[in-house]
Design a protein around this ligand. Structure first.
Ligand code: SAM
Length: 252
């Protein structure tokens, strides 16, 4: 196995414009049935990004790492209703000590399993069992390179990362690691496909010390897309990573 890491970012997505718009028109009406409007976690274009990647990959098992109030669990069920879902979040252990008033409404699925284990020590390979296309979704604000290597060890090749922008502040993203020559070399050996979901409409947002600016793909502002459009500034560089079947050998 050889070949350069295939990167799709920004304007590269123009080639998918028609398919993205068709999928967005399927996605937007689903939000009417959401259990609540998310305030912290996936929203707007970022929620659509996870939906898009799941529909592309069609996993038969999803590990959701970072669950919070459960909006992304609901979203995973909309995108891949037949997939088995394993939800991991330390709050599973701690929720009983949290103020229900502060937490607000939650969505917990009878079809998903819940664990407070960290992904690094949960029995991931055993849980995968006979499933052939497992995918891991990380929205846990932990460093992303260790998560990628934990997926490699568990035999998961399809990964979606939320918050993969550089200088995110809460964690080290793959965008941060790609700026470091040694880490870039490691990532290029591991990754076959690397796709950073684009802004669909212009973004000019400040999150803490970050200033995110992206021109977008000039999508139409149709009434049916309004709910996604209204949250267009919620752009968190949701990124799909497909690991190589085998990592490349280190080069001198
Ligand atoms: C941004 S929230 C997740 C939002 C959720 N995915 C959504 O879209 O609604 C981040 C969550 O990561 C969880 N978290 C923190 N450390 C974690 C870890 N090591 N493993 C899994 N989840 C973790 C937090 O408890 C919190 O619930």
């Amino acid at each position: 196995m050889s070949g350069a890491m295939r990167v799709k970012i920004g304007e590269d997505w123009q080639e998918d414009r028609e398919a993205l718009l068709a999928a967005l028109r399927d996605f937007a009406p689903l939000l009417e049935g959401a259990p609540f409007r998310n305030r912290y976690g996936l929203r707007g274009v970022s929620a659509f990004a996870l939906f898009w990647f799941l529909r592309q990959v069609r996993p038969d098992m999803v590990f959701e790492v970072g669950v919070w109030r459960g909006f992304s669990t609901w979203l995973i069920e909309q995108a891949v209703p037949k997939a088995r879902i394993h939800c991991l979040d330390p709050m599973v252990m701690l929720q009983g000590f949290m103020s229900r008033w502060k937490l607000g409404r939650t969505y917990r699925s009878g079809r998903a399993t819940y664990s407070g284990d960290d992904f690094s020590c949960a029995p991931i390979a055993e849980l995968i069992g006979p499933h052939t296309r497992p995918l891991a979704f990380f929205d846990d604000h932990q460093n992303k390179l260790p998560r990628l290597l934990q997926c490699r060890a568990a035999g998961i090749c399809d990964i979606v990362f939320d918050d993969n922008m550089a200088d995110a502040g809460t964690h080290r993203s793959l965008e941060d690691d790609l700026r470091d020559p040694d880490r870039r070399h490691l990532l290029e050996r591991e990754i076959e496909i690397y796709e950073v979901f684009p802004a669909l409409w212009p973004v000019d947002a400040r999150i803490g010390t970050l200033h995110l600016v992206e021109p977008g793909l000039d999508f139409p502002i149709e009434p049916a897309l309004r709910r996604v459009y209204d949250e267009r500034q919620w752009h968190s560089s949701v990124t799909y990573v497909r690991l190589r079947a085998e990592p490349l050998e280190p080069s001198g």
